[in-house]
Design a protein around this ligand. Structure first.
Ligand code: G6P
Ligand code: MN
Length: 463
């Protein structure tokens, strides 16, 4: 089986590779193709993987290439994990947004819109090449903003693209662990999600904008048990972030990225005070890693692992500072997110072993507030025949307006990028709940156009 990773020089590729090395199934990866436009980063990651090979009984053949067609031709699975504009672009999105008094996070608000506007043309180009050179491949999209990018790809290669995110299953796992620690669940219950046959998660929304509404363990919903115990709510990451009051009022447990929506003022203040945005921090950290790796002969994996741990420890640090100021649980520093989900999809399809996974797929009537082609994040069943949707996924009342509005913003962003439409870009920015003035939307867009060449087709106010 041939697997291609677009963005193969990316920092998180070794995580996926470690999961590949653990796979002992019949239909496992025999050839891994890493594609990247940055030759030097590609070589560094290639070296990390080669070091990992020494620890494994079996490993696939690895090909590293900067030629897209060579990378995808005849592939069975393609992981798309690109970052258009690099971490430098991410940092710029944040800094420019903050200058205009709005949050610039990479997937939420103005930052997410800017990042999507830059990325959409590249993602379309990739989808067209996949259609031509890898007509039978399944594309698994990791590229953020994952909801928007999956919806874009779906227009070009419908039925063979699925978007993934690890935050919903991470949330489910943390709730289960909290209940188990409090002796409210059997000690022998595995808390891993996905791949847990005793657990069913009911989750609905869009990427980074969803809620767990029910969490069934052996058929029994445990969310009501959690909601009665503020101490338990505040014993796991999301509960601490949001606070027991909010979670109890909602009656469902929000994805961690909703922190930006429920606490915009606190997040903005903390971000503005902080001397480093997340993007700037990662830009420096990654530059350091890739530079050091070049001058290191052996032990590149150890260097990578140390850097990864530090990255996990500081994940959502400003959000935690804005409401609560706490350290992450050590178990949340372990991998077990993206890599596991991506491998689980491949495994379910290639070996025809059914699995339940929370995925970004075209709605097809599942969430009644949205039309059929809208990409939504919902629990699906995957097997050798493909992806099967649930009959329905229920949005809590408080979530309906937010989700319908966010889908409108996503679609205006897509229209803006595809049609080079300034009007649609402004409609997208102005309707985002985290952009609080039409003037801000207009000035922000002008500033983004000045800083990013890829955004120039959107034009300026005075031309
Ligand atoms: C979570 C999110 C991803 C994001 C990742 C890394 O897993 O679901 O969408 O890419 O965190 O975030 P970071 O800030 O470390 O790049
Ligand atoms: Mn995500």
């Amino acid at each position: 089986m041939i697997l291609t990773i677009l963005g193969g020089g990316g920092f998180r590729v070794p995580l996926v590779y470690q999961a590949i090395l653990k796979d002992t199934s019949d239909e496992r990866v025999t050839e891994l193709r890493l594609y990247d436009i940055d030759e030097s980063r590609l070589q560094t990651i290639y070296r990390v993987l080669t070091e990992l090979n020494e620890t494994a009984d079996y490993h696939p053949r690895i090909v590293a290439t900067t030629d897209l067609v060579e990378a995808i031709a005849g592939a069975d699975f393609i992981f798309s994990a690109i970052r258009v504009g690099g971490t430098q672009g991410r940092a710029l999105d944040e800094v420019i947004s903050l200058k205009h008094g709005v949050i610039g996070q990479e997937t939420v608000g103005a930052g997410g819109i800017s990042y999507a506007l830059r990325g959409i043309p590249e993602v379309v180009a990739i989808a067209l090449q996949v259609k031509k050179h890898a007509p039978n491949a399944w594309v698994i999209n990791f590229t953020n903003p994952a909801g928007i990018m999956s919806e874009v790809m779906q227009r070009y290669i419908p039925g063979r693209i699925v978007g993934i995110c690890d935050s919903p299953v991470g949330l489910a796992r943390r709730i289960l662990t909290a209940l188990q620690r409090a002796q409210l669940l059997p000690q022998d219950l595995p808390t891993n999600v996905p791949g847990n046959k005793r657990v069913h998660v009911e989750y609905a929304g869009l990427n980074h904008l969803g809620w767990i509404t029910k969490l069934l363990v052996d058929g029994q919903d445990v969310i009501p048990v959690l909601l009665q115990r503020p101490d338990l709510i505040e014993s796991f990451e999301e509960g601490r972030l949001f606070g027991a009051n909010l979670v109890q009022s909602l009656g469902s447990v929000p994805n961690e990225y909703l922190h930006y929506y429920y606490y915009p003022r606190e997040n903005l203040q903390t971000d503005q005070k902080s001397d480093h945005t997340r993007g700037r921090y990662l830009e420096e950290q990654q530059n350091r890693f890739y530079t050091q790796a070049e001058s290191t002969e052996t032990g590149v994996f150890n260097l990578w692992e140390r850097t990864r741990l530090e990255r996990e420890q500081t994940y959502m640090a400003t959000n935690r500072e804005a409401t609560g100021n706490f350290e992450r649980d050590t178990q949340d520093l372990e991998s077990g997110g993206y890599d596991k989900i991506a491998l689980a999809i491949m495994h379910a399809i290639a070996n025809d072993v059914p699995a339940e996974l929370i995925l970004n797929v075209a709605n097809q009537g599942v969430i009644k507030e949205l039309d059929d082609s809208a990409v939504v994040e919902i629990p699906c069943r995957v097997d050798g025949r493909g992806i099967h949707l649930p009959e329905t996924a229920h949005l809590p009342d408080h979530a309906r307006g937010l989700v319908v509005n966010a889908k409108y913003v996503e679609r205006e962003t897509i229209l803006a990028a595809l049609d080079h439409s300034r009007a649609d870009a402004i409609l997208a920015l102005a309707h985002h709940p985290l952009v609080d003035s039409f003037n801000v939307a207009t000035q922000l867009l002008d500033d983004l156009v000045d800083h990013f060449e890829a955004l120039q087709p959107l034009g300026k106010h005075d031309v």
